[in-house]
Write a protein that binds this ligand. Structure first.
Ligand SMILES: [Zn+2]
Length: 314
C-alpha cells in the first residue's frame, strides 16, 4: 500500500490547549508509532491528554496534507476498492453500520424540533446514514473524501456525495440534522468544526455524533495497542464523554442524550483463539449471549467502546 508519499508526511503545529475544552492543562500521555504497511519506516506520534476533561489528541498532529493523502482513497483503511455486495455481506454476518445508521437517524429525527427537513451527512462513508436519513423523510447533502467509500455510496444510494473534506465545504443552507458518525476523531481542530456545524444548523436542529470512547475498557486493557480508538494517525482526537460535552456546549449546543455502544463481533474470540468446529460454535454463541450483560456493565462504568451524543442547537 502506498497511500502516503514522503512529500505529504508533514506534522502540524504544536497544540497548547485541549482540543475539546480549551484548557491549557495538557500533559504528555504516551507515544505510539505508526508503521507503513510496506516499509520499515516508523513515524513517531505523541498522545497528549487534557487534565481537565480527559480528552486525548496527537501532539503534534499530522498536517492536513498528510490526512488528505490518506483519505483520498479511504477513511477506513481500505487498501483497494470494495463492492456494495461485499459490504452488505459483512453487515449480514455482523450487523453494525446499518443498525447504527437507522438507530441514530430515527433518534435525531425525534429530537429535531426545527421543522427543517434537510440533513447533512458529514463523512458519509458507505452511505448507510444517508440512506437511513432519506428513509426517515429527510432530503440530504452528503460529503466524503474517500474514493472507495464513495463508489459503494453510489451503488447504495444512486448518487454521489460531494468529494470534499468538511474543512473545505461551503454552503449557506441550514439543516435540521447534522450527522457525524465516526468523523470527529479524524478531524484537526474539532472546535472549529463544531463551530461550523453550529452555524449550519437551524435553531432546534440536532447534531448527532458518534465517536470511539477514549475511556473504553479496550483502551484500559490494551493501552496503546488498542486500535478502535487509538488508530494512528487517522484518528487525531480521542474523546471522553466529558470532553465531547464540553466541545459541543461551548459552541451553542445543549446536550440532550448521551449513550454508549459496545458491540463485539461474535467470532472475535474464537478467531483469536484459533478455534474450529464445535468449540468455535460454542464460543461464538457464548460471546453473542453474554454480550448484552457485559455491555450493560461496561456502560454502567462509562467503559463502552463508542459514545453517541445528541445535542440541540440553541
Ligand atoms: Zn479538555
Amino acid at each position: 500500500m502506498t497511500y502516503a508519499t514522503t512529500a505529504t508526511e508533514i506534522y502540524g503545529d504544536i497544540l497548547r490547549v485541549c482540543v475539546s475544552c480549551g484548557d491549557p492543562k495538557i500533559k504528555f500521555w504516551r507515544q505510539k508509532n505508526y508503521q507503513y504497511t510496506h516499509s520499515e519506516k516508523h513515524k513517531e506520534f505523541h498522545i497528549y491528554r487534557c487534565e481537565c476533561c480527559g480528552t486525548g489528541f496527537l501532539n503534534r498532529p499530522p498536517a492536513m496534507e498528510w490526512l488528505q493523502a490518506i483519505y483520498q482513497y479511504s477513511g477506513q483503511a481500505l487498501t483497494q476498492s470494495i463492492t456494495l455486495d461485499a459490504v452488505l455481506a459483512r453487515e449480514i454476518e455482523f450487523p453494525n453500520c446499518k443498525l447504527d445508521a437507522e438507530r441514530m437517524s430515527q433518534q435525531a429525527g425525534r429530537i429535531n424540533s426545527s421543522g427543517n427537513g434537510k440533513a447533512l451527512d458529514i463523512g458519509s462513508g458507505f452511505g448507510f446514514y444517508t440512506q437511513a436519513l432519506r428513509k426517515a423523510g429527510y432530503s440530504t447533502v452528503s460529503i466524503n473524501p474517500g474514493k472507495y467509500e464513495n463508489e459503494v455510496f453510489g451503488e447504495l444510494n444512486g448518487d454521489q456525495p460531494l468529494n470534499v473534506m468538511f474543512e473545505n465545504y461551503q454552503n449557506s443552507d441550514l439543516f435540521g440534522i447534522v450527522m457525524m458518525s465516526q468523523v470527529l476523531e479524524h478531524l484537526l481542530e474539532p472546535d472549529q468544526t463544531i463551530s461550523k456545524v453550529s452555524g449550519l444548523l437551524a435553531s432546534g436542529g440536532v447534531l448527532a455524533c458518534a465517536v470511539p470512547n477514549y475511556a473504553s475498557f479496550l483502551v484500559k486493557l490494551l493501552g496503546t495497542k488498542d486500535n478502535a480508538c487509538l488508530w494512528i494517525p487517522e484518528h487525531v482526537n480521542y474523546f471522553t464523554e466529558q470532553g465531547l460535552r464540553a466541545l459541543v456546549e461551548r459552541n451553542g449546543f445543549r446536550v440532550v442524550k448521551v449513550e454508549q455502544i459496545t458491540r463485539i463481533p461474535f467470532n472475535a474470540l474464537s478467531r483469536r483463539l484459533r478455534l474450529k468446529g464445535r468449540p468455535a460454535a460454542i464460543t461464538d454463541s457464548l460471546v453473542k449471549y453474554l454480550q448484552m450483560p457485559f455491555a450493560g456493565l461496561m456502560h454502567y462504568f462509562g467503559l463502552g467502546i463508542y459514545i453517541n451524543l445528541y445535542a440541540v442547537k440553541k
